[in-house]
Design a protein around this ligand. Structure first.
Ligand code: G4P
Length: 530
């Protein structure tokens, strides 16, 4: 069945983006304002809740509430001006940058929120760099202009230097903090004067031309003159706006504003929707799948168990890449080699879930997972022969040995470690000669250990003991026939197996890796798993 014009229109109007920021830069506040404009919520504050229960709708895990950080990503959909927009929230902490990367795989563009007083924060470099790995358009929102902010030129320089991406200011701030008077829209060549607002939907906007005499009085002589000079400088010395470069993640359009006071959010959203594209084609092992292809196809980018304690279930999140999804349709699970119906298809608004009847390319759906899906798996219409390129795992850099405290809880211990590893929240390894009494857990960031321990205790009811191990590097052994016993390795190198039974070596330092390579000429080591 070919897609009807109405279905094509549905796909055309979809925009799917991830929102990323350092904790506290204002990601939640900005998301809330988007939802407010889209009518998905009616009151500012509905997403964020009160200070003493400080967590967003998108934060559902206890640990997130306690620490005030977002550990897991969630999805929100809203309508605005004829567009159907899917926002993918990402964890704000660099320790979860692998999760951010997987979420970015499901997005067609990213919005990066930066605190104007802090710029690119040291701890977040890694997170933002992950964005660049995906080559998707990156839009920057420099937030909190209503507070004391750093010089805008310095902020742009820093983004360019730290992240290696060119910037193009779409608007330019006029003052900051108490002196924040608005922004100058470079495309419209208009001043948008700021009127303090308590964050609600209606914003009083005053627009005026750059040479409007009344503006001199409103902005004050100094700011008015500075703006004239800035505009001249930007037009003369800045990069040209180039949509092709934006689309390839080489040039980031930058917007200044203040999410809390609702200034510059709607113009940002409008401009963003104009510059981003509808769902993009995706690569498969046998060619490219176009979103407008009649066949349905999707891939799993996230698996999350026990999202809701009352449900105790496991949800596989899929990004639809082509066609239309209909409830009850039969699909092929490519990796599992079988036909199936996707049960309980749902769209999420954090804790609330809604069973859906249909969804289109660009949308994210959650599917009840009885334990058959892995991250990166493809589902598609039978006979479609699509297999999306896999999602690489990051090499863990921190390791610890984990035991259950109570030996009677072995079953729960195995279930918990395996399920959490299947979600991609940790990686687990085993000594080649030991059973599952103890496992070696590898992570990219130390907070992942805390989440793992917390979840084992709260979701699986198993107390665990964790012991740090001195390893820092991991290498998969590529040659399948190699005799492990015959390997000549330093005494601090450890042989382990991953969940798929592949052999690996854990090294304490680079010197040991070189030793292994020099003393075992036939040994082939790989940094990433195949
Ligand atoms: P995050 O999701 O990126 O972690 O940041 P979030 O939106 O939670 O914002 C972090 C803090 O920054 C919040 O204050 C929020 O109100 C404030 N904020 C966000 N945008 C702006 C802005 O444009 N201007 C100013 N001045 N502040 C902003 P909080 O005191 O930590 O929490 P709450 O009391 O608002 O709940």
């Amino acid at each position: 069945m070919a897609l009807t014009p109405a279905m094509q229109n549905e796909i055309n109007r979809r925009r799917t983006f991830a929102i990323i920021s350092h904790p506290d830069a204002g990601k939640t506040t900005l998301t809330e304002k988007f939802l407010l404009y889209g009518g998905a919520i009616t009151l500012a504050g509905a997403v964020k809740g009160k200070k003493n229960s400080r967590h967003a709708v998108s934060d559902w895990m206890e640990i997130e509430k306690q620490r005030g950080i977002s550990v897991t990503s969630s999805v929100m959909q809203f309508q605005y001006d004829g567009f159907c927009i899917n926002i993918l929230d990402t964890p704000g902490h660099q320790d979860f940058s692998e999760d951010t990367y997987r979420t970015l795989m499901a997005a067609d563009s990213a919005v990066m929120v930066i605190d104007a007083s802090k710029g690119v924060e040291a701890q977040t470099r890694k997170l933002f760099k992950v964005c660049l790995l995906r080559d998707i358009p990156i839009f920057t929102f420099i937030n909190k202009m209503d507070r004391e902010a750093r010089n805008p030129y310095d902020l742009l320089d820093e983004i360019e230097y730290e992240l290696g991406i060119k910037t193009y200011p779409m608007n330019w701030p006029i003052g900051c903090g108490k002196e924040f008077k608005g922004v100058y829209d470079r495309e419209k060549k208009e001043i948008l004067a700021f009127t303090a607002n308590n964050g609600q939907r209606e914003v009083e906007a005053t627009e005026a031309a750059l040479d409007d005499a009344s503006m001199k009085e409103r902005l004050g002589e100094d700011l008015y003159q500075t703006l004239q000079d800035d505009v001249e400088l930007l037009d003369g010395a800045g990069y040209e706006f180039d949509l092709e470069q934006v689309r390839h993640g080489k040039l980031s359009p930058v917007f200044f504003g203040s999410a809390l006071t609702n200034f510059g959010v709607e113009p940002f959203l409008e401009s963003f929707l104009k510059l981003t594209s509808s769902p993009l084609p995706r690569k498969t092992e046998s060619g490219v799948v176009d979103p407008f292809d009649a066949g349905f196809s999707a891939f799993v980018f996230k698996i999350q168990a026990n999202m809701n304690k009352a449900h105790r279930d496991r949800i596989a999140f899929m990004r639809i890449c082509s066609g239309k999804f209909e409830k009850g349709m039969e699909v092929q699970h490519v990796q599992g080699g079988r036909k199936m119906k996707l049960s309980q298809p749902q769209q999420m608004m954090a804790q609330s879930r809604e069973i859906i009847d249909e969804a289109y390319a660009g949308d994210i759906i959650g599917i009840f997972d009885p334990g058959i899906f892995s991250i990166g798996d493809t589902v598609c219409s039978p006979g479609m022969k699509a297999k999306f390129e896999g999602i690489p795992t990051f090499a863990p850099e921190l390791f610890c040995r984990v035991h259950q405290k109570d030996t009677m809880k072995r079953k729960q211990f195995v279930k918990g470690t395996t399920q959490i590893a299947q979600e991609g929240a940790i990686q687990i390894f085993q000594d080649i000669n030991s059973g599952m009494e103890e496992v070696i857990v590898g992570v990219v960031g130390t907070l992942q250990f805390d989440v793992f321990k917390y979840r084992m205790e709260n979701e699986y009811n198993v107390e665990i003991r964790m012991e740090n191990l001195p390893y820092q590097y991991i290498r998969w052994i590529e040659n399948e026939e190699i005799e492990l016993k015959s390997l000549n390795l330093t005494s601090d190198t450890r042989k382990v197996q991953d969940m798929k039974g592949r052999y690996l070596l854990l090294f304490a330092n680079e010197w040991s890796i070189r030793w292994a390579e020099e003393h075992n000429p036939t040994l082939e080591l790989a940094e990433f798993s195949r």
